[in-house]
Design a protein around this ligand. Structure first.
Ligand SMILES: Nc1nc2c(ncn2[C@@H]2O[C@H](COP(=O)(O)OP(=O)(O)OP(=O)(O)O)[C@@H](O)[C@H]2O)c(=O)[nH]1
Length: 399
């Protein structure tokens, strides 16, 4: 009898234990973890919420899944809850030249070619100098600067010769730097006329030159310098331009003022952007504008109006003209027209990485009397650098 009672107790114990264990396992598989105490939260790895999708047919693990099997429903990968993208830290402007300089050397520059050919000849006769001058002209240096450089080198190398290539190179470098003019003030004017106002930079240029990209890249340069920025999408002609600009801004935590209406008045968007900048105590407002060249009067009217309307709020401190270096003489024609309709205070030369004609730096500065302040040397987000005469010449000479 005792033995029967003993066996009954053991069997009963086993049944109770199994039931408890089963409940425990069920609970944990549903991820139902509860904090043990209120101030000691249990950290649970974020559970992926499966949206109300019809339950997929389970796939037998042993059977290889082939794309041709019509019965197989592959469980879609469920993305984790979208996270706010982390803000990017743009590269500091000072370190950019060192990285981008090599791209100038790699662009089969006509200027660089002319210089290295000059250094490789045995004798500097009249034919060599004529060829040299012609190649300089094809590099978009402009006739005046090409003749000047040829004459300067001719007189100096006539004395020293090129027997010492190092010395000849020194002379070349010095003359080129003189031509590019290291004395020009290339800093952006970001000092507001009235204290407390934001500095206002208007960016103008023909569409396709890289204007919107430049505004986005410039915002990164300013953010890297610790400045606060607001973007104004006043290029309301192309609807996607505002979207493109806002994407640039979002990546570095910069707000973009834009219109919800396609083809809205650019002057009003520009005004709103500057008003927002002023209200928020922002350092710089960058205004992207449209640059359709229907007629000069149309362009003048539009840009003139944008500037006038902005200045009801705060004076424009800098007008940057964006030029595509690969368009050569065409770019020069655009530059002349823009310089007639607005007071350009600085040039941004884009796509210098793809241009065989770096000489345009010199020509555009000479003709417009305005310094090249920034250069675009690639499609990367930080491929815009403050221009520097010595760095540019070193790049051209492949140093
Ligand atoms: N290689 C190279 N490409 C560049 C550079 N700057 C801009 N681009 C490219 O040029 C193309 C045109 O740039 P956008 O900024 O859209 O030109 P946009 O002038 O603003 O044109 P709209 O938006 O129509 O006004 C893009 O593919 C850019 O990536 C540069 O310095 N080097």
């Amino acid at each position: 009898m005792l033995a029967v009672i003993g066996v009954a107790l053991i069997v009963g114990g086993i049944v109770v234990y199994r039931e408890q264990r089963r409940q425990e396992l069920e609970g944990s598989s549903r991820g139902e973890l509860t904090p043990t105490t209120e101030d000691e939260p249990v950290v649970v790895a974020p559970t992926v919420e499966t949206p109300a999708v019809p339950a997929p047919t389970p796939v037998a693990p042993a059977e290889p899944v082939t794309p041709t099997s019509p019965d197989v429903v592959v469980e879609p990968e469920v993305d984790a809850e979208p996270e706010t993208p982390a803000l990017e830290t743009p590269e500091a402007p000072v370190s950019r030249w060192a990285r981008l300089r090599r791209r100038l050397a790699g662009s089969n520059n006509a200027l660089a070619r002319a210089l290295s050919e000059l250094l490789s000849v045995d004798r500097l006769d009249a034919d060599v100098w004529d060829d040299f001058e012609s190649t300089l002209i094809t590099s978009d240096l402009g006739v005046g600067p090409a003749t000047e450089l040829t004459e300067a080198l001719r007189s100096q190398l006539a004395i020293d010769g090129i027997a010492d290539p190092e010395r000849a190179r020194e002379i070349l470098r010095a003359e080129l730097i003189k031509l590019v003019d290291p004395t020009l003030d290339r800093s952006l004017n970001l000092t507001p006329a009235v204290e407390g106002d934001p500095a206002v930079v208007m960016v103008v240029g023909v569409n396709g030159t890289g204007k919107t990209t430049t505004v986005g890249k410039l915002a990164r340069v300013l953010v890297a310098e610790g400045k606060t920025v607001v973007l104004g999408a006043a290029d309301t002609f192309r609807a996607a331009a505002a979207e493109q600009l806002a994407t640039w801004g979002d990546r570095v935590g910069v707000e973009t003022v834009r219109s919800d209406v396609d083809g809205a008045d650019p002057a009003s968007v520009a005004f709103d952007a500057v008003a927002k900048g002023a209200a928020d105590g922002t350092d710089v407002v960058l205004v992207d504008t449209a640059g359709r060249l229907h007629t000069k009067t149309g362009l003048m009217d539009e840009l003139g109006k944008v500037k006038r309307v902005i200045e009801k709020k705060a004076p424009v401190t800098e007008v940057l003209l964006v030029l595509d270096a690969t368009t050569g003489q065409n770019g020069m024609t655009q530059a002349r027209i823009f310089a007639e309709v607005v007071d350009v205070t600085g040039i941004v030369l884009t796509k210098l990485d793809g241009s065989a004609k770096g000489g345009i730096v010199v020509q555009v500065q000479r003709e417009l009397g305005v310094p090249v302040k920034l250069v675009g040397l690639g499609e990367g987000v930080d491929d815009l650098a403050p221009f520097d005469a010595e760095g540019f010449v070193a790049g051209i000479l492949g140093e």
